[in-house]
Ligand binder design. Sequence first.
Ligand SMILES: Cc1cc2nc3c(=O)[nH]c(=O)nc-3n(C[C@H](O)[C@H](O)[C@H](O)COP(=O)(O)OP(=O)(O)OC[C@H]3O[C@@H](n4cnc5c(N)ncnc54)[C@H](O)[C@@H]3O)c2cc1C
Length: 501
Amino acid sequence: MSVKFLTNRTLFQKFSTNLNKRFLATVSTTSKLEDIYDIVIVGGGIAGSALACALVTSNITKLQKRIALIESSNISNIREWNPLQGEFSNRVSSLTPRSVQFFKGVWQNINEGRIKPFSDMQVWDGISDARIQYNNESDKSPLAWILENYNIQHAILKTLDKDKSIIDILDNTKVQDITFDKESEGEQFDLSDWPCVELSDGKKLKARLLVGADGFNSPVRSFANIESLGWDYNSHAVVATLHVDPNIENKTAWQRFLPTGPIAMLPLQNGYSSIVWSTTPNLATKIKSISSKDFACLVNAAFQMRVADLEYFYSQLGSNGSVDLQSDFEWRKSVQSKNSDPKEAFPPLVLGVQDKSRAGFPLRMRNAESYIKERIVLVGDAAHTIHPLAGQGLNQGLADVQHLLKVIERGISNGQDIGDVNLLREYSSERYLSNLVMLGVVDKLHKLFCTDFTPTVLVRTLGLKTLNNLEPVKLVNLTRFRSEWFYNSPIYAINTRLYVS
Ligand SMILES: Cc1cc2nc3c(=O)[nH]c(=O)nc-3n(C[C@H](O)[C@H](O)[C@H](O)COP(=O)(O)OP(=O)(O)OC[C@H]3O[C@@H](n4cnc5c(N)ncnc54)[C@H](O)[C@@H]3O)c2cc1C
């Protein structure tokens, strides 16, 4: 009898509740009881560990399931994360209210002193300076929260560690191969259609449901022969932690669209900000290696100088300090400010960059051609990867996790096999289109702004100015892509058609 036919609720629950020992003793001569899991999650990044945490804290799944979380890196540094005051990791994320709401059980373990909610945004065109300004002071609810990825992961692990008995967390353990163990074929309890995960320590785990939360290069996706569709941008994101003017209240997220890519500055605390600067690979290499003083000056120039002036600055990089960028910046600024709009606002001045905080990431867009197969499901970056200009990648991954949890819970409540592709289809139909649309919108925004072609500049300038005059609409357009308005809009329909076809 094949286990997948155990759809009778009582039988199924008998199997899953405590992996019924007598039952499992007869499962297979080749499978050891401790190596059989209901859910094996590959990848202990934020998406994978958030799913593990949601499963062990859900009233429906926590008593029913045996779970393993496998992570190739050593997570003890995250468990013991004890950051120094005034030092910030260069990997931060902006979490939307929906993601924060999803984390409500984890939030108590977050280091609150290191979170920055913000309710102001300024986004503008590098060529025409057309701007959208959003100030949410009347509403008081933040647009998003900025926090270090370590802060999120540390809080998840702390929450998970309270429920250690139902989850095996195997870190420092790499998935080497994923196969099907045909040896149990034809036995009384046939697990031959369950994925068998081979680990670097020689163990083999069998999974009723295998979750690929293993990032952009997902081995689970490769094993399942699921293609990932999309393209690489000729662009790298340079991230860094900045020391900014401590006398200025740091409560606004800033983004300027330059022809080489957007530069965003996100508030951390008064005196500290984080940047994500998307630019050409060549320029990214240069700006990662220039002196801290020149880097700080270049970031100020990238937010404040005209594009032609900025290009002059770029041309001086690598001239071995023969040009004093700082005095050049101050001189150009004094000339420029005579002609500029006094209401134009800029981020707090960058005074320096935290040592060793500069790093670069190649940027790409991908979407797996499917998120599911029999007994396999993909979440997070394993399923989709997006340009970071709208800060949506992790938020999408967390929405995947949220929906997958619901589907697993529903499956258990109905006595279904949680590895059954028909059940998993509910997850896929909920998330696939939604992710695809977000990928499409962000990709188009990137293309629309990464050009200095005059007609395009005129159109986007007109668009930004119009949006800036439409108070209620601009928030929806800029920050809450997921609003009902958006899903009912023609943009949604057009994107869906373009990216599905
Ligand atoms: C510069 C930048 C800025 C960003 N800013 C934001 C933002 O503001 N907001 C936002 O929502 N998103 C943002 N993102 C996107 C976000 O960082 C990612 O979407 C998110 O981190 C993906 O998480 P994940 O858990 O899906 O994948 P990953 O973080 O890639 O985790 C995958 C895990 O799988 C493990 N793994 C891989 N292979 C194996 C194996 N064989 N065996 C065992 N383990 C394995 C890896 O070690 C890793 O820990 C940004 C991205 C970039 C590059």
